[in-house]
Design a protein around this ligand. Structure first.
Ligand SMILES: [Zn+2]
Length: 485
């Protein structure tokens, strides 16, 4: 089911032994070398390299094992793993160049998944960045999800940093958390992005922060987009639900479903134009409507997370999408949602950590995808993987999903940039909406235990944090920076 290409093998050497993504020239060189050699020989050459010796030559065996767990899986080792692999190095049973492969061979399914997630991110970066702009310090993953306070701080930081971005509070949740909209660009065409109407579906929010940083920034690509498109983002429409999820993770019992708002309302059932909704019970939905009213977007993207679905080849769906399917929606309105679907499919072609499928259609007029389209706004629902993991974490699972979440966040970001870029350069209009139906239907639902097997509830005895200087060395994201060039 999973085979490694020469590129992935070399990228794996960079990740594990040098703690960075390959630069484009380096990747090219070592893929050529690999054709006439073996992975073992290359591993030895990496360990003998000046870069390795300068950065890691003086690490103790235990420090080196910790570093490998971070470089490969983005997590701290459990005590048993740490002791075992340290002993392997100390007794000389393994050399340092053999360690990454040995750890990977015995890795659990979730660890292997984390490794593939990191590889995909690294490979995307290497394939996108020109050699002269390559940055060895480029963070590939971020530590974990933004809390509400961290989200608001980052939004305000973006607002202060960029004259090109305008941040405004447009409402408050029932618990009094602020609801923001961020606007970038001044083009005639308007794209609106809504994230996290369901509190425990946070990855679109993470992606939208990178998007705003990119769009507001100084690149030629961003300047061109700002001329053509106005982008308005409402990140984390249900902050109260997310805070409740965090409390569940902290061990609190009997917490109201974090999907819902504080009045037990599913915000994504507020959009039926005939039925309406009670703004007292759902001020968050009322804020969405105010922004819609103000901007009258040409397209609305609604980001969610869904459970796990796996196809016959064993590959997991990373994203399922669907346009408005209610039969009373004007076909021209649905067609623009289909064009957005095709723009996403095209944008994701360059990214490994991606399996795009069609979310099963429902005619329910109360969901944003249908309800807003009935009023004339083209919509696309985007459901990324990750909800099942969020739910397991809420139930007390102690696993670190930061590598997976980072890979899905990058997928979300690529999808957003793909749609906005297509709207900006008018290629959006060239998509034949009929073709969207060729995207495969969503795969079969798979239970968490079937996916992760025995390791699902193993709890590390200790969870030591990575020493600060080591974390800096391997490039843990410490600031809100654009993930890709
Ligand atoms: Zn949802």
């Amino acid at each position: 089911m999973y085979t490694s290409t020469p590129q992935q093998l070399v990228q794996g050497l960079y990740l594990s032994l040098l703690g960075r993504a390959a630069d484009p020239a380096g990747l090219h060189y070592w893929v050529d070398e690999l054709a006439n050699s073996s992975l073992d020989v290359l591993s030895e050459r990496f360990v003998n390299s000046r870069e390795f010796q300068d950065n890691f030559g003086d690490k103790t065996p235990e420090e080196f094992v910790r570093l490998q767990y971070y470089n490969l899986f983005d997590r701290n080792p459990d005590k048993a793993g740490l002791d075992f692999w340290t002993a392997q190095l100390e007794t000389g049973a393994l050399d340092r160049d053999d360690l990454p492969g040995a750890i990977l061979d015995g890795a659990s399914e979730s660890d292997q998944e984390a490794y593939r997630a990191k590889l995909s991110i690294a490979d995307y970066y290497t394939s996108q960045v020109p050699q002269e702009r390559y940055d060895p310090e480029q963070p590939l993953t971020y530590p974990w999800l933004h809390s509400n306070a961290e989200l608001y701080a980052d939004l305000n930081r973006l607002d202060e940093r960029y004259d090109t971005l305008d941040l405004e509070q447009v409402g408050a949740s029932l618990e009094g958390n602020p609801l923001y909209r961020a606007e970038v660009g001044h083009g005639d065409k308007t794209v609106m992005i809504v994230t996290q109407q369901h509190g425990d579906e946070p990855l679109g929010t993470e992606a939208s922060l990178y998007l705003l940083d990119f769009l507001a920034g100084d690149s030629e690509a961003a300047r061109e987009i700002r001329e053509e498109v106005t982008v308005v983002v409402m990140p984390r429409v249900n902050p109260d639900g997310f805070a409740r999820w965090e409390r569940q993770v902290g061990g609190e019992q009997d917490v109201l479903d974090p999907r819902r708002n504080e009045a037990n309302v599913d915000l994504n059932r507020s959009y039926d134009p005939e039925a309406g909704f009670d703004p007292e019970q759902a001020p968050e939905a009322a804020a969405v409507f105010r922004v819609l009213e103000e901007y009258q977007p040409d397209l609305l993207l609604d980001y969610h997370n869904q459970n796990n679905y796996r196809d016959a080849e064993g590959d997991l769906d990373t994203m399922s999408i669907r346009w408005a399917t209610n039969e009373a929606v004007d076909p021209q309105v649905s067609a623009d949602g289909q064009r957005a679907a095709l723009a996403i499919a095209e944008a994701l072609e360059d990214y490994d950590h991606d399996q795009l499928t069609l979310f099963p259609g429902s005619d329910n007029p109360a969901i944003a995808r249908n309800g807003l389209a009935l009023e004339g706004t083209p919509t696309l629902l985007i459901e990324q993987r990750g909800l099942q993991e969020m739910d397991e974490l809420a139930q007390g699972l102690d696993l670190d999903y930061s590598a997976l979440a980072s890979a899905l966040t990058l997928e979300g970001l690529i999808s957003m940039k793909g749609v906005i870029g297509a709207v900006a350069d008018d290629s959006f209009e060239d998509y034949d909406p009929q073709l969207a139906a060729r995207i495969p239907e969503r795969s079969e639902r798979i239970q968490f235990a079937d996916l992760y097997g025995d390791d699902a509830y193993t709890t590390p005895e200790t969870s030591p944090t990575i020493p600060a200087e080591e974390a800096a060395l391997v490039g843990v994201a410490t600031a809100q920076e654009d993930l890709i060039a």
